[in-house]
Write a protein that binds this ligand. Structure first.
Ligand code: 26Q
Length: 836
């Protein structure tokens, strides 16, 4: 009897047997030719590295397929507890070199391509970044799923497949101009569309109570507009362990039925408009822009992600267990990457109660034992709040559920603090005021069993500040998980020379156990090793210069003896790129005054994107570029001082930058940067941090020791104590060099033809109300930079510090972070696929 089911392979066999595809050089050559000629229809006359990259990627993707299927089979046959990482952003960057590294075929494939006369580096660089994220939070999600696969944890990443990722930044006349990033324009070999797992997502309409066939009352969500969520899966290979996990990204597609209705009504134009509206949902990644707060399309995106992912998990559950949810909580755990997907808490309640017939109490017990929330910010203005009116219109049933959750929660607070109405008002999920708002962070805390910050200081400040009422009620819910970065991408792949030296010296176990880097500590005292280390750093600096020369059309006087002083991250006032510029202006002034001869040459590199609607951030970019123009065209600065703004900073740019960095600028106002992760990538590559006691800097300094870290600035506590009587003008009047710097700025030295251009920036740092207290840290920053120079002058000493920074960066692997998430929150059992 035909069953309409193909038998593709024996699933049992795929668990124990290694994939058969060849992993030898000639196997890659054969497959490459096959794809290049037959699939892509190219021949040796095609000069574009793009198609060769495509052909190679296809060949490598084939190698992932069998492993992917085998991993699935293991998870299925073990019926294991699973984790789901829900994130609006996965900032994946490029895939090819990472896939080769994790499959252990980098050298073989490089040789294979070489024999074909192809430079693999060219193929790697021709791949477009998957820029589906803003910055730290999105990149963290990408590093996390790499570590989950390496630790063989059964975790699926759920996100959105934006047609347009983070905008491309170009600089015109010193100003940021945004260009759309149509990253899918040539297709994407790494993804697989899985129409068969699509789900229907509802918006709008209204709810009614209906009595079902058993006489029980159920809420129905009626006359909604429906959109189809279609999954696209990307394989996520672990490091040489046979595991291939999935990243499942949802694309919005208009539903057939919904179009048909319109067509039947005869209104073609309406039907097309409705289709476009539906498909708009996953059109573009939102920048983290204050002006984008409260936008309806963003809420649609959030619900679309939450509903599609939860329906997916529940459909899978029902496929295995039927409608018996008694073990659902034992077998599932959802990690919410910030509040962005936190509507999932109300959506899980809806799916369990309305669709699957559970009682409120059953559904709530499941929800609050499966949801866990990670916070990524302390800035109160960055906390998400949605107008109740908007939610009622767009997600009527969810708004009802949130009101019910809040009613139960308010009863719990009342029982704990009888008569404390002020506290009730403070803690309510609904903020009362001119317009009612839903406080998403509070919904996330109430609906989760775990709430964590992303660095020790951040978690402490959440407990003592932003969430103190909740901490008083549920202290056991709160915990810290200090961020990390994946050492595969951020050391092994991006810095093969340094990685090679490390492996020659201490073996290669560090790739999956970064604490092994500690074994490098004694080598800091080994002159020969230091010489190797320094040569590699100098070579990386030269490579960075060559790369930049080719991008800039200006004559650049760069040389590897200068300190490569790097600040790359999103442009934001709290990150204080302005403080960096003040130091550059100070150096410029010193050199101009003739005090430059004793100074160490310095090349300051600043890169980052400003949110398109963030006026001040865009002004900061303009300032950096204008100061850069003045300095880089002044003959007095040659071989002394250079300032460059690196346009279009993104994942693939950082991979080129961090091997060549000497100094890592982590200079945010204390208490404002939740963690930072660029600091970790730079440290791993042997850069030394100049930083405040903020975010993960504190832990970096703990690990590396005070003597290998350039500390400056007010502490978080001092910053708070100063508020209300901060007096920047007083500080300026006491500091002659600062006066000179301010004078150069105010006299229009950097905006000769545009008077007033920087007035708003200047006024903001001179204001008593400057929340970032830039001026307060000026002197201590200048002093710390002086110590940097003195240390750099002694090459041997600097190299020693550089080695010790790398050697002590082991804590900042996401393998450690994910092990802690798993130990304390997820409690998943690793699932070996094959014995290596
Ligand atoms: C919100 C509303 C509307 C539109 C966009 C957003 C939005 C999008 C992205 C708000 C915030 C983000 C991203 C935040 C982020 O990247 N935070 C960083 O997270 C890192 C990982 O934990 C930390 O290391 C950084 O300190 C933190 O700033």
């Amino acid at each position: 009897m035909p069953t309409n089911q193909f038998v593709i392979s024996n699933p049992k066999a795929s668990i124990t047997k290694l994939p058969e595809q060849g992993m030898k050089k000639n196997d890659f050559i054969d497959d490459f030719k096959q794809y290049y000629v037959h699939l892509l229809g190219r021949d040796e006359n095609c000069r574009s590295p793009y198609y060769a990259g495509e052909a190679l990627s296809q060949a490598i993707r084939d190698r992932l397929m069998e492993r992917w299927k085998a991993t699935h089979q293991v998870y299925k046959s073990h019926n294991c507890r699973r984790g789901y990482y829900l994130s609006m952003e996965f900032l994946m960057g490029r895939t090819l070199s990472n896939a080769m590294l994790n499959l252990g075929i980098t050298d073989t494939v490089t040789l294979a391509m070489y024999e074909l006369g192809i430079d693999i580096e060219e193929l790697i660089s021709s791949e477009l970044d998957a820029g589906l994220g803003n910055g730290g939070l999105g990149r963290l999600a990408a590093c996390f799923i790499d570590s989950c696969a390496t630790l063989q944890l059964p975790v699926i990443g759920y996100g959105l497949r934006y047609e347009y990722g983070m905008f491309t930044q170009i600089i015109i006349n010193g100003e940021q101009v945004e260009k759309p990033d149509h990253w899918l324009r040539h297709g994407n070999v790494w993804e697989i569309e899985r129409l068969e797992y699509s789900h229907c997502i509802k918006f709008g309409g209204h709810t009614e109570i209906k009595t079902d066939e058993n006489g029980t009352q159920r809420y129905c969500w009626l006359s909604s507009n429906n959109v189809l969520a279609v999954p696209f899966d990307t394989p996520i290979p672990g490091y040489q362990n046979g595991t291939v996990n999935s990243l499942r990204l949802w694309k919005a597609v208009a539903t057939e039925e919904f179009n048909l209705d319109e067509f039947n009504a005869g209104d073609y134009a309406e039907a097309v408009a409705a289709k476009i509206k539906a498909e708009n949902i996953t059109m573009v990644l939102y920048p983290n822009d204050v002006n984008e707060n409260g936008k309806e399309l963003r809420l649609r995106q959030q619900y679309f992600l939450a509903s599609a992912s939860l329906q997916d998990v529940i459909a899978h559950w029902i496929g295995v267990h039927g409608r018996n949810f008694s073990e659902f909580a034992e077998k599932s755990c959802f990690q919410l990457n910030d509040t962005h997907p936190s509507i999932a808490i109300a959506e899980l309640m809806r799916l369990l109660i309305d669709i699957n017939g559970l009682t409120w109490h059953e559904a709530w017990a499941i929800t609050k034992s499966t949801m866990a929330y990670t916070n990524h910010t302390l800035l109160p203005e960055a906390l998400e709040k949605w107008p109740v009116k908007l939610m009622q219109r767009l997600l009527p049933r969810l708004m009802d559920i949130i009101f019910d959750i809040n009613a139960h929660f308010m009863a719990e607070v009342s029982a704990h603090w009888p008569g404390d109405t002020e506290r009730l008002r403070r803690m309510s999920i609904i903020e009362e005021g001119e317009e009612q708002l839903v406080r998403m962070a509070y919904l996330a805390i109430v609906g989760s069993f775990s709430v964590n910050g992303v660095a020790k200081l951040h978690s402490k400040l959440l407990q003592q500040g932003l969430f103190r009422d909740f901490y008083a009620l549920w202290p056991q819910k709160f915990n810290n998980k200090t961020n990390g970065v994946t050492p595969r991408r951020w050391l092994a792949a991006c810095n093969p020379e340094l990685a090679g030296l490390i492996s020659e010296t201490i073996g290669d176990l560090w790739v999956t156990d970064l604490s092994q880097l500690k074994k490098l500590v004694p080598y800091a005292d080994d002159a020969e090793f230091r010489q190797h280390w320094r040569t590699i750093k100098q070579t990386a600096k030269q490579r960075l210069i060559d790369y930049k020369r080719h991008k800039f059309d200006m004559e650049l006087h760069l040389n590897v003896d200068a300190i490569f002083d790097v600040q790359v991250k999103r442009i934001h006032e709290y990150k204080r790129q302005v403080l960096n510029v003040l130091h550059v202006i100070y150096l410029y002034n010193e050199i101009k005054k003739g005090n430059g001869d004793s100074r160490v040459p310095r090349c300051v590199l600043i890169g980052g994107k400003a949110a398109p609607g963030y006026h001040m951030a865009k002004k900061i970019i303009r300032l950096i570029n204008n100061v850069s123009q003045v300095i880089n065209t002044d003959p007095d600065m040659v071989n002394k001082l250079t300032l460059l703004f690196l346009p279009d900073y993104r994942v693939s740019a950082m991979e080129k930058i961090c091997p060549g960095a000497d100094l890592s600028e982590q200079i945010s106002t204390a208490g404002k940067e939740a963690s930072g992760t660029g600091n970790m990538k730079l440290m791993m590559n042997g850069a030394i941090t100049i930083g405040t006691l903020d975010g993960a800097n504190i832990e970096i300094r703990e690990e590396v020791g005070d003597e290998n870290f350039f500390l400056f600035g007010l502490t978080e506590q001092q910053v708070e104590e100063r508020r209300g009587h901060y007096d920047p003008l007083g500080i300026i009047s006491q500091d002659k060099e600062l006066q000179e710097v301010m004078h150069l700025l105010e006299a229009g030295c950097f905006n000769q033809f545009e008077p007033g251009l920087f007035d708003d920036l200047i006024n903001s740092i001179k204001s008593t109300y400057d929340p970032w207290m830039t001026i307060a840290d000026f002197r201590s920053y200048i002093d710390a930079q002086k110590r940097v120079e003195d240390a750099y002058r002694d090459h041997d000493h600097w190299t020693k510090m550089s080695i010790l920074n790398c050697a002590n960066s082991g804590k900042f692997s996401t393998d450690r972070t994910i092990s802690e998430y798993n130990r304390d929150i997820w409690k998943l059992t690793p699932q070996p696929i094959i014995d290596n």
